[in-house]
Design a protein around this ligand. Structure first.
Ligand code: ADP
Ligand code: ZN
Length: 515
């Protein structure tokens, strides 16, 4: 291969062995390193754990490259420095001025070897976490002409990739993309019900006793609560981690987990950036992730050592409603108000997660990788997802229409002032409702029945039949509380699902908006 015959190769391989104590390259690493040595602009798209760091750390230590001197790495992790001892505003200006000054001097002396932009998707407003501090990076090319720029990311669809390249002004760069498939990860979606904690504990005890993992929750309270239950009830080594903890506590929780003193970390998504632990055996989502890109990133922390690992996502309709509600009504205390466009994009991204959870037919890898624009052939999954594994999941039937009908039906009910209990509603959404009586105006009775089909379709609404019978009917059973009629309702009453308890026969006609 020509890469092994370049004049840089001897130094590259020597550095790999001597400094990094490694003996082979992973996919695209040698390509990236060689391009860096040749002084090219470079765009590297590599999945989490793929080994991006080596692509710029190794050339930084070599002397034979076209450009010499200092490699400047720009990484959003540096923003963690914000949490460090407070720097007074005069000081800040001073330090950024002196940094600029230093860079200019280095540039003048031809001692700037390259700029490296890690987590480069942060520069794109299309990306999932745009950083203000990255906005100014478009000046690098102008202010430091002739200094190569290397952009690395694990998150980029083609739109984000184009945006990164445009903003950095590196249109002619060498582009290295690779498959995002993580062949050693098993992907599974499980229904979430009341026994979820016991399920998680049992799974860990049986399969990964005394091994390391991450459990993601959506709220700080959930993290604390779940960690406590795992410790107290199930005798597992678990600790919580979330953004509300003091910096020192966070650091020590992370360190204990990193070093293996604590096995399970129960965290919000605040946990993750920058962690590098090779032997994470499971990543469990106790709550749904915000997007498939995030899901990929979060599950990507499992199995970095290449050994088998499990990614399990617990899903319920109620969680999804809550999440949608949060997306549409973002908390007001954040620094920056979200634009309607941003909210729309977040909602879109989340709908893809819901589709992923509800799709029990297509290979999970095909679905996740498809999100990144990658075409994956399901035979290459090798039964490492619950859809490929479940031999009965052979439905090739598009049930979208059935679901649409269910929604139409419920809207019609809402228009008629009908009432459906909360648990019935959840059942409708899950498709598990067998038969339900729904009252229209407290008099008319409508019978909804979902005929369960074969074993494989039992979980989905096979057919929805609505019989309207004008039987005169007395008041609904006394156990059932009356609530407001659909037309009297507030704009977005999905908040009704603010608690998990579906036991109470609370009406939900108010969550179905009249058409
Ligand atoms: P990324 O930044 O792409 O998520 P890292 O650069 O942190 O990934 O690398 C992930 C892990 O893989 C690290 O533990 C790193 O030491 C290891 N690694 C990287 N390159 C190689 C290689 N060529 N051979 C063996 N291990 C490697
Ligand atoms: Zn599969």
């Amino acid at each position: 291969h020509s890469l092994t015959t370049t004049k840089y190769y001897p130094e590259i391989i020597r550095t790999l062995n001597k400094v990094f104590e490694l003996n082979s390259f992973r996919e695209n690493q040698l390509e990236a390193i060689t391009a860096a040595m040749e002084g090219r602009d470079l765009f590297v798209l590599m999945p989490t754990g793929g080994g991006k760091s080596l692509c710029f750390q190794l050339p930084a230590l070599c002397k034979t490259g076209v450009t010499k001197g200092v490699t400047v790495v720009i990484s959003p992790l540096i923003s963690l420095m914000k949490d460090q001892p407070v720097v007074s505003d005069p000081e800040k200006i001073d330090s950024s001025n002196s940094l600029k000054h230093t860079l200019r001097e280095l540039h003048r002396d031809k001692q700037l070897a390259r700029f490296v932009i890690d987590e480069a998707h942060c520069i794109s407003t299309w990306g999932r976490d745009f950083r203000d501090s990255y906005k100014n990076l478009d000046c690098l090319r102008r202010e430091f002409p002739g200094v190569p720029i290397i952009a690395l990311t694990a998150t980029a669809n083609e739109q984000v990739e184009m945006d990164i390249i445009d903003r950095l002004g590196i249109q002619g760069c060498t582009r290295l993309r690779q498959s995002f498939n993580r062949p050693n990860l098993n992907y599974e979606v499980r229904p979430k019900n009341k026994s979820v904690v016991a399920d998680i504990a049992e799974f860990i005890q049986q399969k990964y006793h005394k091994e390391t993992g991450v459990i993601y929750c959506s709220t700080k309270a959930q993290c604390e609560d779940l960690a406590k239950k795992l410790r107290d009830t199930h005798k597992l080594s678990a600790q919580h981690y979330h953004g509300g903890m003091p910096q020192a506590e966070k650091a020590s929780a992370q360190e204990e987990w990193q070093k293996g003193y604590c096995k399970i970390i129960v965290a919000t998504v605040a946990f993750g950036m920058g962690i590098d632990k090779a032997n994470v055996r499971f990543v469990i989502h106790h709550s749904v992730p915000s997007s498939l890109a995030n899901y990929y990133q979060e599950t990507g922390r499992a199995g970095r050592d290449g050994n088998p690992a499990d990614c399990i996502l617990y899903y319920t309709g109620a969680d999804c409603f809550r999440k949608l509600h949060l997306i549409r009504n973002p908390p007001k205390d954040t620094d920056r108000e979200k634009t309607p466009e941003q909210i729309h994009r977040e909602e879109d991204a989340f709908r893809r997660v819901m589709e992923y959870c509800q799709n029990e037919v297509d290979c999970r890898r095909v679905q996740v990788l498809g999100y990144f624009g990658e075409t994956f052939h399901p035979q290459n999954c090798h039964q490492l997802c619950n859809n490929c594994r479940d031999p009965t999941a052979e439905i090739k039937e598009d049930l979208t229409e059935v679901a649409v009908n269910a929604i139409k039906l419920m809207q019609a009910l809402a228009n008629n002032g009908s009432q459906l209990t909360k648990s019935q509603f959840v059942d409708v959404m899950r498709g598990t409702l067998e038969k339900a009586e729904v009252f229209i105006n407290g008099r008319e009775r409508l019978i909804l029945s979902f005929r369960a089909g074969s074993a494989t379709t039992a979980k989905r609404p096979k057919k929805i039949k609505a019989d309207s019978r004008s039987t005169s009917y007395a008041e609904p059973a006394s156990a059932v509380r009356r609530t407001k009629k659909a037309h009297e309702l507030e704009e977005d009453p999905i908040a009704l699902f603010a608690d998990d308890d579906d036991d109470e026969p609370e009406f939900v006609d108010d969550i179905i908006k009249p058409v």
